[in-house]
Ligand binder design. Structure first.
Ligand code: ADP
Length: 501
């Protein structure tokens, strides 16, 4: 039975949700896949099946797009008064709050992550995102244009802009923060009056499907949000190529991002991309190491390193190198490794066998290329996908582990001697998502930040996200900004209106 092995204190709603196969949310109804096919979602702590889920494919995507199109063209949603849309979105946020423990447990079981952190970070930020976005429908507005048409000097014109929803939106999300990514995508789409086909990652469909239940309960009209679980190369590919989808929003790997951009090009869809990273964490010689060492550890080991902005390249000055490496090694030794349902376990399994093999492959590659494994470096336990928090020291820019995104609990430590080189070291990557600087000197902050090519720069912290703070990448980390006011631009068209009096 699916729930066998879970502790007795698991929420009754969580148990119920994973006690029967889950389906596709299509036009307000839960349906099987057109093919009748299903796939299993696994618990990464054990590798065992949690439950089977309908496997959406091209035909299901097509139905969902039709539902979203109909809902967009005649919907009470896009035509609903902004104040009313705001209320419905607040109702959704209230329901998420009421069900926050269930969402956190589903996230923990499906992704592997720590349940208390899921509740405090992932689910809380997801709720905050919907609430913040609920405030926007009443504040989205165009402007009056002071026209002076040079070739019609005697005529009188009145010009203004309207901000209109972009239309039917396909949203493809990853497995590292499943509920949070769903909220980042759904929030601005709903606030602007778009309709949506959301495709959760095949590894972690459960929290998005539970969110679908709450979306129905909140009174969001049928067809406004359709949720189609399924594989990337089938359901995801069908969504990105569908001719009746106006926009694709994607979070995931650069490889898949490139495939989606190409697929979307044929029908000139609008596209926004939040892709990978190889973010630098830079300890400057004057840093307060009591903050910088635990900060650098959490920058990489939070969520097992499965964070697109993880601080995966640590730069340490020669003068502090031994102290920092010793401090990090001591920090990893205290991190309890184990199942996410026990909140004391700070290192939880990676999401899948594929990710486990990938990360272990990178650790081997680091060893072969001469990196010194100062901590970790191996598997933990005999079942599930646990990898020890790993420190690869004396790494350099030529190594694969330094150049490529590992997406696991593996920190590459590099030493440097001259602070004037640090911005170019930090920028020595195809990515540009995040960066952190650890210093007490305001002069360093002012000098270095403009030189760093990254969408977010943190000072004396890392991985801090907030709904008002735009998030996104430079270079191959993508384009477009999520969260904050900027995120609305991704979901709006501007219509210019010119009236001759
Ligand atoms: P990760 O490396 O984080 O696993 P992926 O980029 O592989 O990320 O997957 C992120 C999302 O993209 C998932 O929902 C996945 O199903 C989807 N996806 C994978 N391949 C494709 C594709 N060819 N077209 C569209 N979506 C895809």
């Amino acid at each position: 039975m699916a729930t066998t092995g879970y502790p007795g204190n698991l929420n009754a709603k969580t148990r119920e949700f994973i006690s029967s196969p889950r389906k596709i949310l299509l036009n307000g109804h839960w349906v099987d896949a057109a093919s009748g096919k299903t796939f299993d979602t696994l618990d990464p702590a054990t590798g065992k099946v949690i439950i089977s889920v309908a496997e959406g494919d091209r035909e299901d995507i097509d139905r969902a797009v039709k539902a979203a199109r109909a809902a967009f063209e005649d919907s009470p949603w896009s035509r609903m008064q902004p104040g009313q849309r705001e209320k419905v979105m607040h109702r959704l946020a209230d329901l998420m709050e009421e069900n926050a423990d269930v969402l956190a447990e589903l996230e923990s079981i499906d992704n592997g992550k720590n349940v208390a952190i899921a509740r405090a970070v992932d689910i809380q930020l997801a709720i905050d995102t919907i609430r913040y976005m609920a405030g926007w429908p009443t504040k989205i507005m165009g402007s009056i244009l002071p026209l002076s048409v040079p070739y019609a000097p005697d005529a009188k014109f009145f010009g203004y802009t309207l901000k209109e929803p972009v239309g039917v939106v396909g949203q493809i999300i990853p497995w590292n923060f499943p509920a949070l990514m769903a909220a980042w995508k759904l929030g601005p789409a709903l606030a602007t009056g778009c309709t949506v086909i959301l495709k959760p990652a095949e590894e972690t469909p459960l929290s998005a499907l539970y969110l679908g239940e709450l979306i129905c309960q909140a009174g969001i009209p049928d067809g406004v949000v359709n949720i189609v679980p399924g594989y990337g190369h089938t359901a995801g590919a069908a969504l990105s190529a569908h001719p009746d989808v106006d926009k694709i929003a994607f979070t995931g790997s650069g490889e898949v991002g490139k495939i989606i951009v190409k697929a979307a090009a044929d029908t000139m869809k609008k596209v926004s991309m939040e892709l990978g990273g190889k973010s630098p964490a830079i300890i400057l010689p004057d840093a307060d190491l009591d903050i910088a060492i635990p900060g650098a550890a959490s920058a990489i080991f939070f969520n097992q390193g499965q964070t697109c902005c993880a601080g995966s390249r640590l730069f340490v000055p020669d003068s502090l190198y031994d102290q920092v490496v010793d401090g990090l090694a001591a920090a990893t030794a205290t991190m309890k490794i184990g199942v996410g349902l026990n909140p004391e376990n700070m290192i939880n399994p990676l999401v899948s066998q594929i990710q486990f093999d990938r990360v272990m492959g990178y650790i081997d590659s680091g060893r072969r290329e001469g990196a010194e494994v100062v901590a970790g470096g191996g598997r933990s336990g005999n079942e599930g996908y646990f990898v020890e928090p790993t420190l690869l020291c004396n790494t350099n820019r030529e190594m694969k582990v330094v150049r490529e995104e590992i997406f696991g609990p593996v920190l590459c430590v590099q030493r440097y001697s001259d602070v004037s080189d640090i911005a170019s070291f930090a920028n020595d990557t195809v990515y540009g998502l995040g960066a952190s600087i650890w210093t007490r000197d305001v002069g360093n902050i002012i000098n270095i930040i403009p030189k760093i090519k990254a969408g977010t720069v943190w000072v004396n912290c890392h991985n801090i996200l907030d709904v008002v703070m735009p998030f996104g990448g430079y270079k191959q980390s993508g384009f477009g900004r999520e969260l904050g006011k900027e995120s609305l631009d991704l979901y709006l068209e501007t219509k210019s209106v010119c009236i001759m009096a």
